[in-house]
Write a protein that binds this ligand. Sequence first.
Ligand code: G6P
Length: 609
Amino acid sequence: MCGIVGAVAQRNVTPILIEGLRRLEYRGYDSAGVAVVGAQGELQLTRAVGKVAQLDESLEQQPNEGRTGIAHTRWATHGVPAERNSHPHVSGDIAVVHNGIIENHEELRAELQAKGYVFASETDTEVVAHLVFEQMKDGAGLRAAMLAVLPRLHGAYALAVVAGRESQRMLLARKGSPLVIGVGIGEHFAASDALALLPVTNRFVYLEEGDIAEIRTGGYQIVDAQGQVAQRRLHVSSLSADAVDKGTYRHFMQKEIFEQPTALANTLEGRLAGERVLEACLGPKAADLLARVKRVRLVACGTSSHAGMVARYWFEQIAKVPCQVELASEFRYRDPVIEPDTLFITISQSGETADTLEALRHAKGKDIAASLVICNAPESSLVRESDIALMTHAGPERSVASTKAFTTQLMALALVMLLLARRNGLSAEEERRHVKSLESVARVVEAVLQQDRQLQKLAERLMHKNHALFLGRGAMSPVAMEGALKLKEISYIHAEAYAAGELKHGPLALVDEHMPVIAVAPNDELLEKVKSNLQEVAARGGELIVFADREAGFKDAPGVTVIGMPHADELIDPIVYTIPMQLLAYHVAVLRGTDVDQPRNLAKSVTVE
Ligand code: G6P
């Protein structure tokens, strides 16, 4: 994922920018660059394909020195990874870094070419540099130039722009991609993620949608979307500069569970414009592809396969696209019939799971429309070998038991589903409703995380059990499977999941006072059915724990514990109800004293068969 760092200071900013880029490395990128404005107003530009270390090497040979500068890590979308496509992009004395996608870049490019501008890259970003230059050529200052250019840009952006002739300032703009100002003493900074600036400040001002800001050594000013000067709250971060460690958390798993609101927001970053999903998030040929796709095949392993199982409900229910899901380890050894115009989707946190990779290779030998990977590791084999990659942007996941990777996979799958749904006639109104619901996820998940204490208490009741049964219906049945998997893999309690309707076809025979039954029951159309399944359990003396919508009318009763959940939209329920499953498993494992982050016999990335 692309990253931005900027600084206006009274010292050489190059080391600050490079350290900031290093801190954004975990997001994944394929090239990096930095531009600083020298003492005479001259731009010094250094870019390199590969790691920040390579950029640093180039800088050692030819140092940059200046008090104002911008830097960027790029994950290729428009144009291959190459030095010419790396940011910053330059036009005369203007340098620009950009996260997001400028949708109307082709039109703007043609207009600029007609005026004689020569493009050095294939990126969408370069138009911004030339547009700003064009304004300043006619005498505008940097600020006025930005105000004139921004309304012309369609799509999503976080932008940081500097001009050699106005070396004391930097202009920032945010629409659909985050940007934060770092407040220092006699110096100010900018970044796409506050983490990048922790070595220089812990005071942050987050830009809001449509904000345009100017930073100088002595201060900053923000103008909102209506052109009014705006005051935004100053946040003092408690994160330490080494936040990439466990920080104050006891385990990586715990930290990763709590990172989900941010991770989920990151998955959406730059992929929405207004209340619509941008087709460009599936690459430059997305429109052709989406027009062709008639069905979807999802293949994955472990937790990632559960994400696929949830998405099947969405693809068929909302997008009206036939969808099949299969375990990669099975798929690769079958001779599956794949119908033409199938979008073949693999899902993988690591991008290196051997079975999933082989499944992809197997599918590529068949007549598929395209292969798409939903992945968290940008430089992985699955990303390299797939036609299209949609990154989850969850940040590094260290705990073997997957948490934030799963919920962000669901988010990414929901985006793909909505793009297909639009092609299949989903109304703009419906799409808006779903997008709003996706945008609300981070907030709802945050609220569920507040229930941590309650789940810790509940864990005390489960810690001595040897078995547990998880139940759910519809899209919540894979959520029950994920809950059972979390519990078994880290606490070593035998846990099984069933679609609630299957209860009386077998597992009911297991139910007695030693078998806790954990049910996920949001207030959806299957609620009444789940209620009657649960009565079957209660009637047999089983201990019931129900995660239910507070509005669903479930009440505590002898043997029945109800954990009230916030009311959320049906689309996001699978994400929301996964959170307490993770927390419950985590606390049970901690109480049982297992090795939470590295459970016995398991590996984070299974690169062998
Ligand atoms: C291993 C991990 C799981 C993961 C599965 C698939 O079993 O321990 O957490 O769900 O592999 O991994 P992937 O990286 O392809 O999502």
